[in-house]
Ligand binder design. Structure first.
Ligand SMILES: CC[C@H](O)CC(=O)C(=O)O
Ligand SMILES: [Mn+2]
Length: 344
């Protein structure tokens, strides 16, 4: 296998950001401190802390945070001796003001995330982050939904704004290993910046996808402990590290400490379990944003509609992040249609 050198691989732990979706944005400061401290102690490279929908995401539309994310960022920075704190920002949700705030509190890296066809909206935030002295990386979401050529075109735009790496982001957990491979390879061949991969485990192939990405030269790799992320969660960090060790990658993160913190610190935060249940399976199958799952389940209860039908419909409509309001519309429509059918 063509392995990138271990020293080049950087792991970003996203359980305190993507995992925010899984706990409906209800992380407490104590929880964030405990997770950040344990990850730092294990040698984690980057720890992402933000509302699940990125800076500024705490709204009625996306779900209100229990604790202001700036307080959570400050707390995580305080707990870390070596790990760097990262933040996520979706232009249109997060602002330059939020970015400045996070940087002042000690965040060192931002991933500027856009839909896979909308990289042009990332220019201002990438420029600002570089001006603030932060690492600025591009995050192309819903990468399964566009052709590889389109993804390369959009990644080049992010690079032209100053992004130091661009991610293939499998937001829906819909990609299969050969599709990841094709996308990462094309980005590596067409860009002279690092390439990253962010997976979701909705089809149970997140670790395999991540290995495929690394084999093609991806060096920025995401995971969440115990799969604490949206949908079925992300590539499970401690599992990925064990597999990487077997393959001869040593990225300087203590595997036993990761296993212990998964068991003792992150495990107790998980509501229910993170195995692949019907809802998250449908996300991957229909190619829908992983963060839509809890919203669809809520809408299903509200309108007495099967959340799977809502997700399949959203998949057909190719909804993108930011269109969460469509979830209720689709649920209401399906409920109306069903009532009409019942009266026939
Ligand atoms: C809604 C933002 C989203 O959770 C970012 C992300 O992690 C993804 O697209 O997978
Ligand atoms: Mn994600």
């Amino acid at each position: 296998m063509k392995q990138p050198a271990c020293k080049d691989i950087k792991i970003t732990e996203v359980s305190l950001r993507d995992g925010s979706h899984a706990v409906a944005h209800q992380f407490t400061e104590e929880q964030v401190r405990a997770v950040a401290r344990a990850l730092d102690d294990a040698g984690m490279h980057y720890i992402e802390v933000s509302h699940g929908d990125g800076l500024g995401g705490s709204t009625i539309q996306y779900g209100k945070s229990l604790v202001d994310e700036m307080r959570l960022i400050a707390a995580a920075v305080e707990e870390c001796r070596q790990a760097k704190i990262a933040v996520l920002l979706l232009p249109g949700i997060g602002t330059v003001h939020d970015l400045r705030e996070a940087s002042k509190l000690g965040a060192k890296l931002v991933r500027v995330a856009t839909h896979a066809t909308e990289a042009d909206v990332s220019a201002q935030h990438i420029h600002k982050a570089r001006e603030l002295g932060m690492e600025a990386l591009g995050f192309l979401m819903m990468a399964h939904s566009v052709s590889t050529e389109k993804l390369v075109e959009q990644a080049k735009l992010m690079k032209s704004y100053g992004a130091e790496a661009v991610y293939v982001t499998d937001s829906a957990g819909a990609l299969l290993p050969h599709e990841v491979r094709e996308r990462v390879k094309a980005l590596r061949e067409s860009l002279d910046v690092e390439v990253g991969f962010h997976g979701h485990n909705n089809l149970s192939v997140a670790v395999a996808n991540t290995l495929a990405a690394m084999e093609e030269g991806a060096t920025r790799i995401d995971g969440s402990v115990r799969c604490l992320g949206a949908g079925a969660g992300n590539t499970q960090t401690e599992v990925l590290l064990a597999v990487m060790n077997r393959l001869g990658y040593d990225v300087g993160i203590d595997l036993y400490k990761m296993m212990d913190l998964a068991e003792d610190v992150v495990g107790p935060l998980i509501r229910g379990s993170q195995e692949i249940k019907k809802g998250s399976l449908v996300l991957g199958y229909a190619g829908v944003y992983s963060s839509f799952l809890l919203h669809a389940e809520r809408a299903g209860r509200m309108y007495d509609v099967d959340p799977r039908d809502i997700l399949i419909e959203l998949g057909k409509m190719k909804v993108v992040g930011g269109q969460e309001d469509m979830i209720l519309d689709v649920a209401a429509d399906l409920s109306k249609k069903r009532k009409v059918e019942a009266t026939r």
